[in-house]
Design a protein around this ligand. Structure first.
Ligand code: NAP
Length: 352
């Protein structure tokens, strides 16, 4: 069964890095789209959405909604056939109060959005942006799973309010969504669980974690060495497409690990160095003793270093390919396109 293109699809957190691509692709596919943003008066933050409104007249309506305000999603949700819920705070440093900054907006926010879905007479399907962070917490966790490979059957049990709180927030938010879906039975749920998302941004915003990370890499912040950290990675455009395929395909079900490849931080630098030889990219791994001295000053605990440095991740991405038919972009293209977008936007300053 296909979607009725006259009925709107809602994307929460529409101004975000990932959501902006979902909105753009939906519009290009001819859908009527609604997006929630925290403020329609935050003109700089939503400038790229305003441009999309001009390009697709009458096809994109923006609504104000805050994850922490019960009822604030009701108006945007009512009348939609599908809700794609991406809004959730994503940051892993400078956390002062994890409960208030991460857990409550992620979990209570999911409750508020899904309560609006329960209250509507129209929503048939919800696609939730979860994360691989709801599957594992520390890289060392891979050694505890059968066969040393993460699958959709696995849940993060190692994160907590005090250790990897972002990962904890994604775990409790996804669990809440599954519980609410089971209680309601009125609508279906499927989740997309991306690894670390990279690739070009549609806006010049620099406050998102993926964008910040890429800028630090290109701006020379790690030129003297990078931690030996391993990532499960994926292109932002593929993650957006996965959400749309999951919305359209009513037979698609369950959780979907959305990972194209696995790379170390050093490999990011090496791939980029080949294409951008003049930039101060990392060419070596930082010694562990240095990380133990520097880490705490940057808010990185010894516990995190002990459980992550040097461990290699392994995700099985076969289900998303089979269930949604997704084809992944090669990671080299993802990185190069992202770097080119930042250079073109004038967001990368330092050259060698
Ligand atoms: P992002 O650009 O920071 O987007 C987060 C979005 O959530 C923004 O639109 C933000 O609104 C919204 N938001 C945060 N707190 C809110 C609140 N209290 N009320 C309403 N909206 C709020 O980050 P992203 O990378 O695109 O993340 C999007 C989703 O993907 C999140 O669910 C994240 O957990 C998930 N994810 C991301 C990655 C990754 O590597 N980037 C990997 C796996 C999963 P503002 O625009 O107003 O700030």
């Amino acid at each position: 069964m296909g979607l009725d293109k006259n009925m709107p699809i809602l994307v929460t957190g529409a101004s975000g890095y990932l959501a902006s691509w979902i909105v753009k692709d939906l519009l290009e596919d001819g859908y009527q789209v609604r997006g929630t943003v925290r403020s329609t008066k935050a003109f700089a933050k939503i400038a790229h959405l305003t441009k999309l409104q001009e390009k697709h007249p009458g096809k994109l309506d923006l609504y104000e909604a805050d994850l922490m305000k019960p009822g604030s999603f009701n108006e945007a949700v009512n009348g939609c056939q599908v809700v794609i819920h991406t809004a959730s705070p994503f940051f892993i440093s400078k956390i002062k109060d994890a409960q208030k900054q991460l857990i409550e907006p992620a979990q209570q926010g999911t409750r508020n959005v899904l309560q609006a879905v329960n209250d509507s007479d129209t929503v048939e399907r919800v696609v939730l942006t979860s994360s691989c962070a709801a599957i594992y917490g520390d890289n060392i966790d891979v050694e505890l799973v059968e066969g040393g490979v993460f699958t959709e059957a696995i849940w993060n049990t190692s994160s907590s309010l005090s250790h990897n709180p972002y990962s904890y927030s994604k775990t409790v938010a996804e669990k809440t969504a599954w519980e609410m879906q089971k209680e309601s039975g009125k609508w279906t749920l499927t989740t997309i669980n991306p690894g670390f998302i990279m690739g070009p941004s549609l806006s010049d915003r620099t406050d998102g974690t993926s964008v910040t990370y890429m800028m630090q890499l290109m701006n020379g912040q790690f030129k003297s060495g990078v931690p030996d950290l391993h990532f499960a990675v994926v292109d932002v455009r593929d993650v957006a497409r996965a959400h749309i395929l999951a919305a359209e395909n009513y037979r698609a079900s369950g959780r979907h690990i959305c990972v194209s490849d696995h790379k170390t931080f050093l490999e990011f630098g090496q791939i980029l160095k080949e294409e951008f030889p003049k930039y101060k990219l990392p060419t070596k791994v930082a010694p562990k003793w240095l990380l133990y001295i520097m880490g705490p000053m940057m808010g990185i605990t010894w516990k995190f270093l002990n459980k992550n440095i040097g461990y290699r991740l392994n995700f099985d991405n076969s289900y998303i390919k089979e269930d949604l038919g997704i084809k992944f972009t090669p990671f080299k293209k993802t990185l190069i396109d992202h770097a080119n977008q930042l250079i073109k936007s004038g967001l990368i300053k330092e050259k060698g």
